[in-house]
Design a protein around this ligand. Structure first.
Ligand code: UD1
Length: 369
């Protein structure tokens, strides 16, 4: 039985790595599932894609749809057509998608229209904010998903409220955290560490890529000024996402302690987070990693689809108003930030649980062998 594992954009790669590993381990010991890794090409720069495959030991994709840049609709349409062609050439028994990027939704639609069952990893999370393309992707994907693999009880509850029968919801934990735990001992400092004078717990890491925060130069400039001032002159390392780079070109002056660097590979990025005093971000995945590493996380958004990182973890929603950042950072400097705890089942074994369930579900469909 053939499972298509779909990956398209940076946050997908760490989520598929443990699933691929579990699939090949199972195959090596006589398991029935074969798999085909499909890269949609939504992210294509080596720094956004290839380096993650190398560092995480993900094998080269069996197919690359090479969709590249475009509007949301252009990317969605291109991926749907490309994946449909692959399915026509060789039909698979299951399309496994992860996360909430455009590739996730596009492949789920192509598969389901050809009656290929869809399994969604990280299903059920909701920010309630329809201005985020990711929220539309989550809603659309989950509305046509057969099997829901979830990271939290919040996600389970969201799905049940939407009418999904409990028999189709599998609370398995978090594959992104599988990858983090498997690589904690391999994290390594970036080459620029000495040059920027980074000392453990005496620097900050920031990432910004949400359209609401980065699509206007004045807005980014205001946020970076607040970050620079709130960090009290300590170095702030800012790996710049390509989308943000386009806007930052038009910012006339950056605070002296904010250092722009290229997007970082996985092992270097998480090394930076692990040794930082705090992280300031508008990402979702980073709030999970910071929670597991016990690092204070200040999220520059008004909502989150991952409430467990706030209720249990080290994350707090500071919001998008730059004036809120200073008082929050004051609490970090005063040592008054919450310590947090690790959410249930974020134990490094989600990938194995997913493959256990998939094997059983697909065998049942195939006549119970
Ligand atoms: C995507 C995901 C988002 C995820 C983020 C992480 C969607 C809707 N959004 O947003 O959930 O958190 O990735 O990175 O899928 N670009 C490059 N090189 C690349 C990739 C992109 O230069 O390798 C450029 C594109 O041309 C575009 C911009 O970056 O101008 C944005 O890329 P896109 O894939 O549209 O979405 P992201 O903002 O990266």
């Amino acid at each position: 039985m053939l499972v298509d594992v779909i990956a398209g954009a940076r946050p997908n790669f760490m989520k598929i790595a443990p699933i691929i590993r579990a699939l090949s381990d199972r195959r090596a010991t006589g398991g029935r599932l074969r798999w085909r890794l499909i890269h949609t090409g939504q992210h294509y720069d080596p720094r956004m894609s290839g380096e993650f495959f190398d560092q995480l030991g993900i094998p080269a994709p069996d197919a690359n749809l090479e969709i590249g840049s475009g509007t949301q609709a252009e990317q969605t349409a291109g991926i749907m057509i490309g994946y449909e062609r692959l399915l026509f050439a060789e039909r698979s028994d299951c399309c496994l998608v992860v996360g909430d990027v455009t590739s996730t939704m596009a492949c789920a639609i192509s598969a389901q229209k050809l009656h290929v069952p869809v399994a969604h990893v990280e299903a059920g999370i909701r920010s309630g904010d329809w201005s985020m393309p990711e929220e539309i992707n989550r809603l659309a994907t989950d509305s046509i998903t057969n099997w829901f693999f979830t990271t939290s009880d919040y996600a389970n509850e969201n799905l049940r409220r939407a009418g999904v029968d409990s028999s189709r919801i599998f609370f398995v934990g978090n594959t992104m955290i599988d990858t983090l735990l498997a690589n904690l001992q391999r994290l390594k400092p970036p080459a620029f560490m000495d040059e920027l004078g980074l000392k453990s717990k005496s620097y900050f890491v920031t990432t910004l890529h949400r359209p609401a925060n980065v699509d206007c130069a004045d807005g980014v400039s205001e946020l970076l000024d607040a970050i620079g001032a709130g960090c009290r002159g300590l170095p702030v390392v800012f790996p710049v996402h390509p989308r943000t780079a386009k806007t930052i070109r038009n910012v006339s002056e950056l605070p002296a302690n904010v250092h722009l660097v290229e997007p970082q590979p996985y092992l270097e990025f998480n090394w930076l987070v692990k040794h930082a005093k705090a992280v300031i971000t508008d990402s979702g995945g980073i709030t999970e990693e910071a929670t597991v590493m016990g690092i204070p996380c200040l999220t520059l958004r008004n909502s989150t689809e991952r409430p467990e990182t706030v209720v249990l973890g080290t994350n707090e929603l500071v919001g998008t108003n730059p004036s809120k950042l200073g008082p929050a950072l004051d609490r970090v400097f005063a040592g008054k930030w919450k310590r947090g705890e690790i959410p249930p089942l974020w134990d490094g074994r989600a990938g194995e649980r997913i493959v256990d369930h998939l094997e059983r579900l697909l065998c049942d469909l195939d006549g119970g062998l």
